[in-house]
Design a protein around this ligand. Structure first.
Ligand code: UFG
Length: 326
C-alpha cells in the first residue's frame, strides 16, 4: 500500500490516477486546497491532516504502508511572503510530524515534493541539482529546510528518500477528468485560459522590465503527467532498493517568457487575449529553467510534452471543468 498525502491536490491527483493501476493506494488529504472529485475512486480516501499525529497513527496502524509520497503543502510564492507563519506551520512543522510518525511506525521510504523555488535567484541560465540553493521566499525556504531534514533523517534513522524539485507544473490529465484548479487561481496558464473562456476581463503581466529577452519572466513549464511519471519511477527505485537517497530536478529544459506563453495560448485556442502590463510580483526570479539530465541519466526520465501540448490539455480541461467540478 502506498500512502499519498495531498492526493486530492493538483499534482497528487494526477499521480494517484496512474498509481492505482498497479498499486493499492490510500490518500490522506484535508481538502484545504484539494478536491474530493479529483481523487480516483479506486484509491481509499481518508480526510485528515498530516500535522495530526492521531490521523497518521490511524493510517499507519490500519494499512501496511510501503512508502509515502508527500505532496501536501501550500505552494504560492506571493502568499508565502505575506504569510510566512502559514508556510512554516503547514510545510515544515506538519512534515516534521509526518516524519516522526513514519519513524515510529518503521515506514522509511518517502518521495518529497520540492521546488525550483529552493534555488532562489540562480547564478546560471540552466539550473542543475548542484546549483547553489539560496531561496528568496518563505515558500522556498520551507521546502529547502525539509530537504535538509530528510538528509539528517537518512543519516541518523536510515530514512530513504527521493526529492523531486518541480519547475512550473501545468497541463491536465489526457481525458480532462482532472486538471489544475486553485481557488483563488494565481497561476499563469489557468489565468490566461480562464480569460480566453470569458471568465476574466484581462491578463496582467507581472513585470516587463526583467533582464530577459522580452522583459517578462521566463519559466520552465512541465506537464503534470510528466511529473506523475517521474514519481512512478522514483517510487520504483525506492521500493526496489536501488536508491537510498536522491534529489532530481523535473523540468523541460526550455524556458518560455510570460509573453510567449500568452502567444502560445492564443495560438492553441484561436482566441485573442486582452493583456495589461502590471508591476512586478514579490518573490519572482527573472528566469528559472531546469536541467533534468540527472534523472534522465539515472532513471531514464525525460519530459515528453511540449508547451503547446501542455496548453492543449489544459484548454480541454478548462472547457470540461465546469461539468466536473460542480
Ligand atoms: N504571471 C503573470 N500574470 C499572472 C500570473 C502569473 O505575469 O496573472 C507570471 C508570474 O509573475 C511568473 C510567471 O507568470 O513570472 C509564472 O507564474 P505562476 O504563478 O504560474 O508560477 P510561479 O513561477 O510563481 O510558481 C510556480 C509554483 C511554485 C513553484 C514555482 C517553481 O506555483 O510552487 O512554480 O518555478 F515553486
Amino acid at each position: 500500500m502506498i500512502l499519498v498525502i495531498g492526493g486530492a491536490g493538483y499534482i497528487g491527483s494526477h499521480l494517484v490516477k496512474e498509481l492505482v493501476t498497479t498499486n493499492e493506494v490510500v490518500v490522506l488529504d484535508d481538502l484545504s486546497t484539494g478536491y474530493r472529485w479529483a481523487i480516483d475512486e479506486r484509491a481509499t480516501f481518508m480526510e485528515g491532516n498530516l500535522g495530526n499525529e492521531a490521523d497518521l497513527d490511524h493510517i499507519f496502524s490500519t494499512y501496511k504502508i510501503e512508502a509515502v509520497v508527500h505532496f501536501a503543502a501550500n505552494s504560492l510564492i506571493g502568499e508565502s511572503v505575506a504569510d510566512p507563519l502559514k508556510y512554516y506551520e503547514n510545510n515544515v512543522s506538519a512534515t516534521l510530524t509526518l516524519l516522526k510518525t513514519m519513524m515510529k511506525h518503521h515506514v522509511k521510504k518517502v518521495i518529497f515534493s520540492s521546488t525550483a523555488a529552493t534555488y532562489g535567484i540562480p547564478t546560471t541560465d540552466i539550473i542543475t541539482e548542484d546549483t547553489s540553493t539560496h531561496p528568496i521566499t518563505p515558500y522556498g525556504r520551507s521546502k529547502l529546510v525539509i530537504e535538509q531534514i530528510l538528509a539528517d533523517f537518512a543519516h541518523a534513522y536510515e530514512l530513504e528518500y527521493v526529492i523531486l524539485r518541480y519547475f512550473n507544473a501545468a497541463g491536465a490529465y489526457e481525458t480532462a477528468e482532472i486538471g489544475e484548479r486553485h481557488d483563488p487561481e494565481t497561476h499563469l496558464i489557468p489565468i490566461i485560459l480562464q480569460h480566453l473562456l470569458g471568465e476574466r476581463e484581462h491578463i496582467s503581466v507581472f513585470g516587463s522590465d526583467y533582464d530577459t529577452e522580452d522583459g517578462t519572466c521566463i519559466r520552465d513549464y512541465i506537464h503534470v503527467t510528466d511529473l506523475a511519471h517521474a514519481h512512478l519511477l522514483a517510487l520504483q527505485v525506492l521500493l526496489d532498493g536501488k536508491k537510498k537517497t536522491a534529489t532530481y530536478n523535473l523540468g523541460n529544459g526550455l524556458g518560455y517568457s510570460v509573453k510567449e506563453v500568452i502567444k502560445t495560448c492564443e495560438r492553441v485556442t484561436g482566441k485573442k487575449a486582452n493583456v495589461i502590463m502590471a508591476n512586478r510580483r514579490a518573490g519572482d526570479p527573472a528566469r528559472l529553467v531546469a536541467s533534468s539530465d540527472k534523472i534522465y541519466q539515472e532513471l531514464g526520465w525525460k519530459a515528453q510534452f511540449s508547451l503547446e501540448q501542455i496548453i492543449q490539455s489544459a484548454w480541454k480541461w478548462h472547457q470540461n471543468s465546469v461539468k466536473v467540478t460542480k
